[in-house]
Ligand binder design. Sequence first.
Ligand code: NAD
Ligand code: UGA
Length: 367
Amino acid sequence: AAWEKQVRLSSTPRRTNGFSVLVTGAAGFVGSHCSLALKKRGDGVLGLDNFNNYYDPSLKRARQNLLSKHQVFIVEGDLNDGPLLTKLFDVVPFTHVLHLAAQAGVRYAMQNPQSYISSNIAGFVNLLEVAKAANPQPSIVWASSSSVYGLNTENPFSERDRTDQPASLYAATKKAGEEIAHTYNHIYGLSLTGLRFFTVYGPWGRPDMAYFFFTKDILQGKSIDIYKTHNQKEVARDFTYIDDVVKGCLGALDTAEKSTGSGGNKKGAAQLRVYNLGNTSPVPVGRLVSILEGLLSTKAKKHVITMPRNGDVPFTHANVTLAFKDFGYKPTTDLSTGLRKFVKWYISYYGIQSKTRKESQATGESG
Ligand code: NAD
Ligand code: UGA
């Protein structure tokens, strides 16, 4: 009963016509930022996260602490737990789901392929099954990925470009998510909006991402690997600052149609939507490193590898015309400005020396 009270309290909106949003992956990087932004504007937010140890779970706990200070409660559980999800929808008439829980990361798929199938495919289907049976049916906005463009060579990437050449199992599961969403929209009239994020970075970010561990390794004097493409060109990414992505997510929620409960092929039924949320200006990884060197006043020990990494695509570059037209999405943070904010957070969270030393002692490293 105490649990139920907390669930209700957290998910009750404080503004008139406010939303009641279930945010999956709320202890994650993007999920924690979106949960806070929704709560701050008066929406009700309930988080769901399994706190898996793909990366340091203590960072997820720290995000959870931050959220709890703002009265956002995170239920600890898995997307694949049908009875738990059904119970949440029984207790709360969610108007929206912001589905961000997933097995992220491109390279880890070669170590643990099943985790991608389990969270990104089975878990997504489980969530859609519960949402379809809920009354009211929520509108769903979910995270797809720029990785669906795979080896696409159109530049920049538009939503209509081909997505039939995934370069990693991660990309394949994100692409599968889009197909699955299409069927749930078509058959059950669920309102579904997919957002293709482009390499998101910022404070409270993911330690498995390059900008994050480059910062750590540069500060610790360790060498960093910089990969090239097949034809020895620099790899480039359309790095997108977290605050821009949060605005995009809220814009997509605000403009989502209502679910109609039946037959997406009926007139007036909700449309399936898919949008790019990128920064529109790709930056070579070498440039990312030199910005970090400047911000950290330290030279990186660069180890250039003349081969691409398995699963990597040579470049990403978003055309965001559609998201601008439909919900005014306009990225405003360039990479230098965004990285400055990230580094400021990183140093206040870990300290320049103390924490990194402790960490290296804990893992038995000497330097
Ligand atoms: P993240 O790993 O920080 O957040 C995901 C959260 O989901 C984690 O806290 C994890 O514990 C949780 N989770 C994973 N599987 C779960 C399951 N089966 N049940 C319950 N919880 C589970 O990642 P993020 O960077 O915040 O990414 C959010 C979403 O955006 C993901 O869907 C990711 O694939 C997508 N995405 C991210 C980026 C990026 O650059 N960060 C780019 C493109 C797409
Ligand atoms: C990121 C996220 O990790 C994925 O979850 C997400 O889906 C994807 O963005 C996306 O946009 O869809 P990625 O761009 O590969 O994937 O992010 P990083 O792993 O941080 O790599 C960024 C760049 O740094 C890549 O070009 C990569 O080649 C390069 N890199 C990475 C190196 O040069 N050296 C390294 O040691 C690691």
